[in-house]
Design a protein around this ligand. Structure first.
Ligand code: ADP
Ligand code: MG
Length: 256
């Protein structure tokens, strides 16, 4: 049974999608069977994997509302350029899902029910969450065994973190007792600034040994790779970003 992990932080721009794309790709290259599920209507992970989000037959929307077929096969699952790496794409169609989910009977469990039918085909399923605490995110947390939380090394880094931890606790208490924090990824680190160094200290004080030792530096190659629809190791294997995400993938596996 594959482990289901949400990449979660209700703040935008902290590195959820970057972490989803690169961790998924590197683990797949290491031979793990990976499914990456994009549940952000912006579809950034979808295009980050080189899939044209406006030219897909079906998306996560269909999985949530209609595509749960008898066989458990889903036509929304697409292959990517990376072997062992599958994707369920998303696009703007998903924007209406928040409202439609409120009308559904098992509204918090819809994604969990869908993934239950396919999780044995994978070693890891990563869910790239939208930057909000709406029903899509609640569905992701309810479907997950654990969460990876990317935090940006900037001035307001810890702002919103208590709310985020509270959300995890609430879901754990009411919907998903096994939900755990897998790890914290510090992102956009700049070792030349005191601020970055301070943020690392603060985050470590708060999350203790949950914080991954592999810290992701601010690296322009990481920002460029998505426009080529490539992970960082395909785009620039020698970059600092590729090195950091490779270390993170190894540390992640070591902890499992
Ligand atoms: P989120 O999914 O949390 O909104 P993203 O992963 O999309 O965040 O990152 C926000 C922006 O910052 C994107 O343009 C991305 O390419 C860029 N970015 C993310 N991590 C880094 C990094 N370590 N160095 C440089 N740019 C980064
Ligand atoms: Mg994103």
């Amino acid at each position: 049974m594959g482990k289901v992990i949400s990449i979660f932080n209700q703040k935008g721009g902290v590195g959820k999608t970057t972490t989803n794309v690169n961790l998924s790709a590197i683990l797949a290259m290491k031979g793990k069977r990976i499914l990456s599920v994009d549940i952000d209507p912006q579809g950034n992970s979808t295009s980050g994997f080189g899939i044209d989000k406006n030219d897909v037959d079906s998306t996560i929307y269909d999985c949530l509302f209609s595509d749960i077929e008898e066989s458990g096969e889903s036509s929304a699952i697409v292959e990517t350029d990376v072997e062992n790496l599958h994707l369920i794409p998303s696009n703007i169609e998903l924007a209406g899902a928040e409202i439609e989910l409120t009308k559904t009977v098992h509204r918090e469990n819809t994604l969990k029910n869908f993934l239950g039918k396919i999780r044995e085909d994978y070693d890891f399923i990563f869910i790239d969450c939208p930057p909000s605490l709406g029903l899509l995110t609640i569905n992701a947390l309810t479907a997950s065994d654990s969460v990876i939380i990317p935090i940006q090394c900037e001035y307001y880094a810890l702002e919103g973190v208590s709310q985020l931890v509270n959300t995890v606790k609430l879901v754990k208490r009411n919907l998903n007792p096994k939900l755990d924090i897998e790890g914290i990824v510090l992102n956009m680190y700049d070792g030349r600034t005191n601020l970055s160094i301070q943020v690392v200290e603060e985050v470590k004080k708060y999350f203790k040994n949950k914080v991954y030792k592999s810290i992701i530096p601010r690296n322009v190659r990481l920002a460029e790779a998505p426009s080529f629809g490539q992970s960082i190791v395909e785009y620039d294997e020698k970059s600092k970003g590729a090195e950091a995400y490779t270390n993170l993938a190894e540390e992640f596996l070591g902890r499992i």
